[in-house]
Design a protein around this ligand. Structure first.
Ligand code: AHM
Ligand code: MG
Length: 281
């Protein structure tokens, strides 16, 4: 029987290898904005077009949506919807720091809540290229080489004893409650913040801890997008035994209002997220 989820993951693994190679010569900004009003890099647009071509022609994919394009593509009648952030953390192109490709596979038309995800994951362009992918409550890490996946860990679990934290946004823009919580966490854990959600989340998944891009005084929904960033990362983290929250509830329970809507995102060890929710009450 055809397994569309596996087909999609295979296409993303192959495309990621090409995306990584194609970054050379595409590090500059272009005079275009994405639907969130951010200036795009040449590589953002290129990676989006590559994934759109490949995924919209994959059997069983009926919809393709991306952080880098206003409208989704409809590409079939019956099947699964795929949402991607083609190049998460692309502002790191200039400093040659880590970036990722994020994907969520939904069995409902998107925008959809995270409860409609059947699988989600990300590719991390670090010193080597890895893929972390969650499905049926199991999280697997692979190394990618030439588009082929080699399993590194078939049962990824957030380590019990948390070590690292990374919080986005400028400190004066944090709410007082989040600030107070951050003060406690800073005394307990080591700071790891690289400006790419995928790089920072992968630190949390590897060592235990918490990543957040919280609500800000001038942006109550934070920065990150629910469909393209929040839901997939929450799905991976919850599948690995951690928790996600917008401050009061699991990210996966949120009913989306629009395709490009933002959400305050907090993910990591369950007890750290419990404490965060108590602090923000
Ligand atoms: P992007 O998808 O346009 O790259 O934006 C998302 C990125 C995240 O990877 C990261 O956590 C955040 O923006 C960093 O923002 P800041 O530069 O404000 O710290
Ligand atoms: Mg992003």
């Amino acid at each position: 029987m055809t397994d569309t989820v596996e087909d999609v993951v295979r296409v993303i693994a192959r495309s990621a290898t090409e995306i990584r190679r194609g970054l050379v010569g595409r590090r500059g900004k272009v005079d275009e904005e994405n639907p969130s009003g951010e200036t795009q890099a040449e590589a953002d647009i290129w990676a989006d077009e590559l994934l759109a071509d490949r995924l919209s022609t994959t059997d069983g994919v009926v919809q393709y949506a991306s952080e880098e394009r206003t409208d989704d593509l409809n590409c079939g009648d019956e099947g699964l919807a795929v949402a991607v952030d083609p190049l998460d953390g692309s502002s790191n192109l200039r400093s040659n720091n880590t970036m990722g490709t994020v994907f969520g596979i939904y069995d409902e038309p998107i925008p959809a809540p995270g409860t409609a995800l059947v699988a989600a994951g990300y590719v991390l362009y670090g010193p080597i290229t890895t893929m972390v992918y969650a499905r049926d409550g199991q999280v697997t890490t692979y190394e990618l080489s030439g588009g082929e996946r080699t399993v590194v860990d078939e049962d990824v679990i957030v380590p019990d004893d948390p070590v690292v934290y990374g919080f986005g946004g400028r400190v004066p823009n944090w709410t007082d409650d989040f600030h107070q919580y951050a003060n406690e966490i800073e005394d307990e854990l080591k700071l790891r913040y690289g400006g790419s959600m995928i790089g920072d989340v992968n630190q949390v998944l590897s060592y235990g801890g918490i990543f957040a891009y919280p609500a800000l005084e001038d942006s109550p929904n934070g920065k990150l997008r629910l469909q393209f960033e929040g839901n997939p990362i929450a799905y991976v983290m919850e599948s690995a035994g951690g928790r996600s929250s917008d401050g009061t509830q699991s990210i996966l329970e949120i009913e989306p209002t629009d395709l490009h809507g933002r959400v305050p995102l907090h993910v990591g060890n369950a007890d750290l997220i419990d404490r965060l929710e108590a602090a923000l009450e």
